[in-house]
Ligand binder design. Structure first.
Ligand code: GTP
Ligand code: MG
Length: 350
């Protein structure tokens, strides 16, 4: 039987939509340890389109106040819900013990974010285990981690080891130095600075996820993200916000100049992702102009990916996030520090 042209058209539409549903990236965000769970709670409270939120911890009390779509108490038999006490080995054991649940929860995901604060036991030890176990062809695993505040120098060694591993365990690991972040935010007390860090990481993950999963002014698709994050090692991010004329350009400049990780040489970046969010009044022309600015400041071989979204709450403003992948950081090569006895004074080893 011959189909009428309307019938043919209907069938085609059905097929295109089915393929579109299959092609839509599926994102899972996993937060591990206290910091990771707090970041997931932040995102959950704001909402995220197109992403599933999982919080995992060895600390039952903290998990009980965490907001997420799924909560996983890791290594229950080993740690009895009492945390990993600053020992990454214990965090790693806990993740191995609960790995089946993570595999199941991420089954259909082609992008997995793993968020943690490096320096403690659970997040530092479990992030690498999860990244290695969950990484597979057709899926990007992106770590998003914070490095300890300078008042937490005793945690540097463990954070440094954690970060070194994650550079190869993940496709890309975005590192944010809490000390640099709190300076940018205006030297806040620790508790408030943690809040700023959660917000920044949360906004980063939410922004990228939504730009990929929902229609935007300028879309970033899975292939774009893959081009700049697949097997790229360490990444730095910078943020900028501005209003008035030239707001996008000003925000881009602030973002590039104020990266939240000490990197050796920005021109050696392998890939750059620029993500602009602005109010209803933002124009394509403004965004394009800012694109030219970034292109001019980097060597032509660097791959640049663009995305822009409208957020009605940002009326008159532009917010820009720049991600530089494939960078080297001085954090990993700086001298070891030690505590001098009985005091909070710290200094480099002789
Ligand atoms: N962004 C952010 N960072 C935090 C927060 N709390 C702690 N941190 C940072 O993350 C590091 C690790 O702390 P936690 O996440 O509490 O440690 P954990 O992974 O739970 O490890 P254990 O408690 O030892 O099992 C700290 O040294 C801080 O630098 C938070 O709420 N947000
Ligand atoms: Mg903890």
């Amino acid at each position: 039987m011959e189909l009428s042209s309307e019938g043919q058209y209907f069938l085609e539409s059905e097929k295109i939509e089915a393929v579109m549903r299959m092609a839509r990236p599926n994102v899972t965000v996993i937060g591990v340890g206290g910091a990771g769970s707090n970041i997931v709670s932040w995102i959950k409270q704001r909402g995220i389109s197109g992403g599933k939120l999982i919080a995992a911890n060895t600390d039952a009390a903290h998990l009980s106040i965490t907001k997420a779509d799924r909560r996983i108490l890791m290594g229950e038999k080993l740690m009895h819900g009492q945390g990993a006490g600053g020992y990454p080995e214990r965090g790693a054991l806990a993740a191995r013990d609960s790995i089946a649940e993570f595999v199941k929860e991420t089954q259909n995901s082609n992008i997995v974010f793993i968020c943690a604060g490096l320096g403690g036991g659970t997040g530092t030890g479990s992030a690498g285990v999860l990244a290695r176990e969950l990484r597979r062809p057709g899926r990007l695993v992106i770590g998003v981690v914070t490095l300890p505040f300078s008042v937490e120098r005793y945690r540097y060694e463990s954070a440094k080891n954690g970060l070194k591993g994650l550079r190869t365990d993940c496709d890309t690991v975005v590192a944010i130095d809490n000390t640099k972040l709190s300076k940018v935010a205006g030297d806040l007390p620790l508790q408030q600075a943690l809040g700023v860090a959660n917000e920044l990481v949360g906004q980063f993950v939410k922004g990228i996820t939504e730009t990929i999963t929902t229609a935007s002014l300028i879309n970033i698709d899975y292939a774009d993200l893959r081009a700049i994050t697949e097997r790229k090692g360490l990444a730095a991010i910078g943020v900028g916000e501005a209003k008035g004329t030239d707001r996008v350009e000003t925000a881009v400049r602030t973002a590039i100049e104020g990266q939240l990780l000490d990197i050796r040489d920005i021109t050696k970046s392998q890939g750059v992702l620029v993500h602009v969010t602005g109010g209803q009044d933002i124009t394509l022309e403004e965004v394009t102009k800012a694109g030219e600015l970034v292109t001019k400041s980097l060597p032509s071989k660097v791959r640049i990916v663009w995305g822009a979204r409208v957020d009605p709450s940002l009326e008159g403003h532009a917010r820009v996030m720049v991600v530089l992948t494939g960078v080297e950081s001085t954090f990993l090569s700086q001298q070891e520090y030690r505590f001098s006895l009985g005091a909070l004074k710290v200094g480099p080893k002789n």
